[in-house]
Design a protein around this ligand. Structure first.
Ligand SMILES: *Cc1c(COP(=O)(O)O)cnc(C)c1O
Length: 439
């Protein structure tokens, strides 16, 4: 039996479906007690005061920005490498996104670049704990303090990660999380805002509670389509669907067909009507189940990541991610540099292993943000990175197979240049206009 390894694996906790069916039979799909309970447990998990659920992670961010009421035209700094939706939401709120470069080894906002990007109009900064690795927060928080900036952590990838003993999401003024299918805590969409500030929390709550409830039908069809998508990327679903297409496409030099299922990069003003709804009770039931075991799910990814780092350290054409001292990453993604990323991914897919080329966006280069274009060479060079599968549902055999295949191909490829391929090469292009999947 062939078993291919897909780039993604959605998290699913056994037993959740029964809890969902039970809640449905009780007539509590849309509203119900699980919502407040999930918010409470989520806040407790972080040792934070307030958690407020939303229809999307981006909407949690939207409410935070609205609640902060920053002057129109204020500048808000983002790492250049992030999901395009986030700076776009800032623009929807009347702010001016400014992109700062990242650190070449951690892929996170570089404090020196942040310092250079601050102007008298800057009011906020959004450190993104990209791929589940916490940002180096100490210098970021210090700069924010000196310049009176609000710090809003983007924790879409980092639920459960910690920096110097502090969980991500608890170090700034507010934070937001995403519960999309591929994120650490999957409730087939949804998000959460987190803060210790009572009055900010009350404002966010008022905004979130003012949205209409979704219909029963909308809640159910979202869940059913989520379950179907999850089946599609499961090992057998993937083997007999996308894998065949990828396999064939790899011979024609276009293996990244996923751009056809991504959310199109586009202005989000006015906000799509589907964003304006409350988080449902059925989703909260799932959220409670996953939250109970989130640390053990993360532990699987951490274990896989350590094996990958161990197994690939002799391969000179590849460089594993650098982990900051005193951080606990959760490995939402395992991002490597390769001297020949395109060749590596084409040869890997022919052997049943699907690698992802670019998981987020080089935002300063997007047409959508052409009015805010800046030069961020380190972020631009991440067009050369690849992401290896590291998700929690992989078995140790899967990981050993990934290592074996990547070692074999990697030995054939030329070594990385000493600066690790920071300069973009022309042979490899970042994903065209496409962002993350809508769920
Ligand atoms: C997924 C994601 C978000 C928010 O996602 P939603 O789809 O709005 O829930 C925000 N930032 C990053 C970096 C993400 O990957």
């Amino acid at each position: 039996m062939i078993r291919t390894i897909a780039r993604y694996g959605a998290r699913h906790v056994p037993g959740t479906t029964w809890a969902v069916i039970r809640e449905f039979l009780l007539g509590r799909s849309v509203r119900g007690p699980a919502i407040r309970l999930f918010e409470k447990k989520f806040a407790e998990y972080h040792g934070a005061r307030h958690a407020i659920s939303a229809s999307y992670g981006r909407m949690a961010f939207y409410y935070i920005l609205r609640a902060l009421n920053l002057p129109t035209g204020s500048e808000i700094i983002f790492p250049a490498l992030t999901f395009w939706v986030v700076p776009e939401i800032a623009r929807v709120c009347g702010l001016r996104p400014v992109f700062a470069d990242i650190n070449a080894n951690t892929y996170n906002l570089d404090a020196r670049a942040l310092a250079r990007a601050i102007t008298p109009s800057t009011r906020a900064v959004v450190p993104t704990h990209l791929y589940g690795q916490p940002c180096d927060m100490a210098p970021i928080l210090e700069l924010a303090r000196q310049n009176n900036l609000v710090v809003i952590e983007d924790c879409a990838h980092s639920l459960g990660a910690a920096y110097q003993g502090e969980k991500t999401g608890t170090m700034g003024h507010a934070a937001f999380f995403s519960f999309q299918m591929l994120k650490g805590l999957n409730t087939y969409g949804g998000g959460m805002a987190l803060t210790n500030d009572n009055s900010l929390a009350a404002e966010i709550r008022a905004l979130a509670d003012a949205e209409p409830w979704p219909s029963h039908k909308a809640v159910l069809s979202n869940l059913i389509s989520g379950y179907l998508k999850r089946a599609f990327i499961s090992p057998y679903g993937f083997t007999f669907s996308m894998f065949l297409a990828f396999y064939i496409a790899s011979f024609f030099g276009h293996h990244d067909l996923t751009r056809f299922i991504w959310e199109k990069i586009r202005p989000l003003h006015p906000l799509p009507p589907s964003y304006r709804r409350r988080y449902s009770n059925l989703q909260a039931v799932i959220g409670l189940k996953v939250l109970e075991v989130i640390d053990s799910l993360n532990a699987y990814s951490q274990l896989h990541a350590h094996r990958l780092t161990e197994g690939l350290k002799q391969i000179r054409s590849i460089r594993s991610p650098e982990i900051l001292y005193e951080t606990i990453p959760v490995y939402y993604q395992y991002c490597i540099r390769s001297s020949r990323p395109e060749e590596l991914s084409h040869r890997a897919i022919r052997r049943g292993i699907d690698l992802e080329t670019m998981h987020v966006d080089i935002c300063n280069k997007l047409d959508l943000f052409s009015a805010y274009a800046t030069s961020c060479p380190v972020a631009e060079a991440t067009a050369e990175t690849l992401q290896l599968p590291v998700y929690s549902s992989l078995s140790t055999e899967d990981i050993e197979r990934i290592i074996y295949v990547i070692q074999e191909i990697g030995r054939d490829l030329p070594p990385l240049s000493p600066n690790g391929g920071h300069a973009p090469s022309s042979m490899y292009h970042s994903r065209p206009a496409a962002g993350r999947q809508e769920s």
